[in-house]
Design a protein around this ligand. Structure first.
Ligand code: CP
Ligand code: NVA
Length: 267
């Protein structure tokens, strides 16, 4: 029995975990935070203790990474991060699986992320660091990744030989990319601000920017996309885009994750 405790909307994460768990012969309960007593003030710790008695694993999608870690500290069953404001590790699993399908040597691949230094960028950088790839996060200085995320990536890279870098110039970053990745400029829970939009304009993946990349360069996006904002619609639907394969791989990567966690939990 897998519980999905979600306080933000979701298409891919919710449906891929649900379908994946059904494929494995399990059951799923979708638990919107608002409909649980959690929404009326029952503590995270009490909720985690109670649900551990009924379920075998939970996926949590929420705002605060600290709330998720507080839940995990008390939970007696595996807790999967289905996205917080800081991280999106399940997305990163699918991303690296997709990259490995289109490139035969993860230790030589160059992944370039363009745009807001957000949760998706953080987890992409961390997964690239784990597999020993080269990753560049290219953002305006004001929107670069938080210091802790970079420190963590550098710590991981020390043992894997990955190369992790930050840049601000999109043209320079694009030129080296095997994979170009972007995400929305305004994440769930953020106000749309004209100032932030203006800062990010030069980071849009459009035909012009893509013309500076290698012919073999592929385009990725975790989705949902704001077509015309961080990515041109024609690029997203074009021959270099692998965004729909990437989305499908959420299902395959997470089924393996569930198998691993549930097999271990039974030991
Ligand atoms: N990429 C992703 O996590 O999509 P959803 O918000 O639809 O789950
Ligand atoms: N950065 C985005 C990712 C959505 C899957 C957000 O947090 O809204």
């Amino acid at each position: 029995n897998l519980g999905l405790i979600f306080s933000k909307p979701s298409t891919r994460t919710r449906v891929s975990f649900t379908a994946g768990m059904y494929h494995l012969g399990g059951h799923v309960m979708f638990l919107s935070e608002k409909e649980l007593q959690l929404g009326r003030g029952e503590t995270i710790g009490d909720t985690a203790r109670i649900l551990s008695g009924y379920l075998d694993a939970v996926v949590i999608r929420t705002y605060s990474q600290e709330d998720l870690e507080d839940y995990a500290a008390v939970s007696e069953i595996p807790v999967i991060n289905g996205l917080t404001d800081e991280r999106h590790p399940c997305q990163a699993l699918s991303d690296i699986m997709t990259i490995s399908e289109f490139h035969d040597d993860l230790r030589r691949v160059k992944v370039v992320y363009l745009g807001d230094g957000n949760n998706v960028a953080t987890s992409l950088m961390h997964v690239c660091a784990l597999v020993g790839a080269e990753v560049v996060i290219c953002s305006p200085e004001e929107l670069s990744l938080p210091g802790w995320a970079i420190v963590e990536a550098k710590e991981i890279s020390a043992s894997t030989g990955a190369r992790v870098a930050n840049m601000t110039d999109p043209a320079e970053a694009v030129a080296v990319a095997d994979f170009l990745y972007t995400d929305v400029w305004f994440s769930m829970g953020q106000q749309r601000s004209p100032d932030k939009r203006e800062l990010l304009e030069p980071y849009r993946i459009d035909t012009e920017l893509l013309s500076l990349a290698k012919d073999s360069c592929r385009v990725m996006h975790c989705l949902p996309a704001h077509r015309g904002e961080e990515i041109e619609a024609g690029v997203m639907d074009g021959p270099r885009s692998i965004v729909f394969r990437q989305a499908e791989n959420r299902l395959h990567a997470q089924k393996e994750l569930l198998k691993l966690l549930l097999e271990n939990a039974e030991e």
